[in-house]
Write a protein that binds this ligand. Structure first.
Ligand code: HEM
Length: 502
């Protein structure tokens, strides 16, 4: 009996190794994966995940395969190959991966971030259209962002007064500022004092959802984890958080539905969604893409994609200023010379502030907030860097590797805003290899909103305050936590109000 069991086990193992190896042979080369975990541990354990990706690029070439758990993913780390593929043959790379965790948590590949095919095309077009109608990329949005930036500055000033100059953690201020901008777009109201508790609750749930490390394991290893006791508990926790978030979003939809007037112009994204549903129904067309589940997924995507990324970039921004007081001084000098008087800075000032603009580019490059870009999936057979890749394979344009590529950014680890200035020191240099919003047809949908937020919030806060860490106090670390986004640990800094030296 024992012999039969051993023979069975060995045969099953040999078969598994054989089929695994034949799968590997059909893909570009790459580091040898561990069973179930793939190469994920090497990435998680690396001192710097992006360095590891670059190191593999040197060993295996600019197109290689790594295994994220049991899933192979082709990584492209070379800028020119990305242009040849994700841009020139863009449609072929617009798929998204499908897996058990997405099915369980989101009810399938819904929303925008995770959907593909016709649903994605239609929802992305509709959402961009609505964002434009609400002024994204135009003056109306600028006004809204400035309202939030000013409210944040008032909040910091009040805390400075009440705490008599004690150290401040800027993150909660940034959270409310950026959260209010996105919530006003989605549901028509900002998080003022009355709504602050609601914001904190929603934010906590979203942080728990994104921060759950066991979720990463569940996501990578898939359905097997649902049967392992320790992960079963983690699954229950994550599913509970997801239910809570969808519950909050559903409540907002119901509130909107109860006040919806089909003859009125929509004033936020939720009303625009309801109106589209209504119009389709009136014309007798399918409303399938406008279900409540789809709307909850879209709203969650805009919340997560629009909030976490922008706040994380701003957290890095002020951290870099603490580490580089010479950069902060030069920005202050530029603001004093160009703006002079004590007034709000708007987008119209941007062309006159080249050093500040170059600094924001360098912050985005060094912060490199997406250590692993969102995975795409091939929708047809393609050739990438000389390798034949079948339809349905997960493929990643690894923008973080390009940002640290010495070929494009010499001394890439050095924080140096002047790399984004022409030799005259007064003209901003356009550097195509800086692409924090990715490239191709799945490029970030909120890019113009994010660019406006980054500029207006950063520059208006720096205009008003000087940030520093006094001698003798520990300088917060520049080491990022390698996760869905790479974020610095929370830190405090000393903030003082400044007067304009025109
Ligand atoms: C600094 C801020 C931001 C950065 C660095 C950023 C970066 C990115 C990146 C790298 C992607 C993935 C592209 C790919 O799949 O190749 C993405 C996707 C996306 N972003 Fe952003 N993003 C930012 C802010 C925003 C904001 C403010 C919004 C919305 C209001 C937003 C909405 C989205 C959406 C909906 C997608 C999915 C697009 C699709 O799959 O078609 N992002 N973003």
């Amino acid at each position: 009996m024992l012999t039969i069991a051993v023979v069975f086990f060995v045969s099953a193992l040999l078969y598994w190794i054989y089929s695994f190896e034949s799968k590997r042979r059909k893909l570009p080369p790459g580091p040898v994966p561990l069973p179930l975990l793939g190469n994920s541990l090497s990435l998680i354990r690396a001192e710097n995940g992006v360095d590891k990706l670059l190191e593999w690029g040197k060993t295996y070439g600019p197109v290689y395969t790594i295994w994220l758990g049991t899933m192979p993913a082709v990584f492209v780390v070379d800028y020119d190959i990305m242009q040849e593929t994700f841009v020139k043959n863009a449609d072929a790379y617009t798929g998204r991966l499908k897996n058990y965790a997405i099915e369980k948590l989101r009810g399938g590949n819904k929303g925008i971030l995770l959907s593909d095919g016709n649903l994605w095309k239609e929802q992305r077009r509709f959402s961009l259209h609505v964002l434009r109608d609400f002024g994204v990329g135009r003056n109306i949005m600028e006004e809204n962002i400035l309202i939030e930036a000013n409210a944040m500055i008032d909040g910091i000033t009040a805390q400075l007064t009440s705490s008599k100059g004690a150290a401040i953690n800027l993150r909660p201020f940034l959270d409310v500022c950026i959260g209010s901008i996105i919530n006003a777009l989605l549901f028509g109201y900002r998080f003022d004092e009355e709504k602050l508790e609601e914001f904190k609750y929603l934010k906590e749930q979203m942080d728990d959802l994104m921060g759950s490390s066991s979720q990463t394991v569940m996501f990578l290893i898939g359905p097997v984890t649902a049967h392992i006791p320790v992960f079963r508990q983690a699954w229950q926790k994550v599913l509970h958080i997801q239910e809570e978030i969808f519950g909050c979003l559903m409540k907002k939809i119901k509130e909107h539905r109860s006040t919806f007037d089909p003859t009125a112009e929509p004033t936020d994204f939720a009303y625009a969604y309801l109106k589209q549903f209504h119009n389709l129904q009136q014309r007798g067309e399918s409303t399938e893409n406008y279900s409540d589940l789809q709307f909850m997924n879209v709203a969650l995507d805009l919340w997560l994609a629009g909030m976490e990324t922008t706040v994380t970039t701003l957290k890095w921004a002020f951290l870099y200023l603490l580490h580089h007081p010479e950069v902060q001084n030069r920005i202050h000098k530029e603001l004093d010379e160009v703006i002079g008087e004590d007034r709000e800075i708007t987008m119209a000032d941007k062309p006159n502030l080249p050093y500040t603009t170059a600094t924001i580019s360098e912050i985005q490059r060094c912060a490199n907030i997406l250590p692993i870009n969102l995975p795409h999936r091939t929708t047809q057979r393609v050739t990438v860097g000389g390798y034949d890749i079948a339809e349905g394979i997960v493929i990643v344009p690894q923008i973080s590797a390009v940002h640290m590529d010495e070929k494009h950014f010499p001394q890439s680890k050095t924080f140096d805003p002047s790399r984004f200035l022409e030799a005259d020191g007064r003209t901003v240099k356009k550097v195509d290899q800086l692409m924090p919003f990715s490239l191709g047809k799945r490029q970030c949908m909120g890019e113009s909103l994010a660019r406006m937020e980054l500029f207006l919030v950063f520059v208006n806060l720096v205009r008003k305050f000087k940030l520093n860490v006094p001698e003798g106090q520990p300088m917060p670390s520049l080491k990022g936590k390698f996760g869905t986004t790479s974020s610095p640990e929370d830190y405090v800094c000393w903030v003082s109000q400044r007067t304009v030296n025109a």
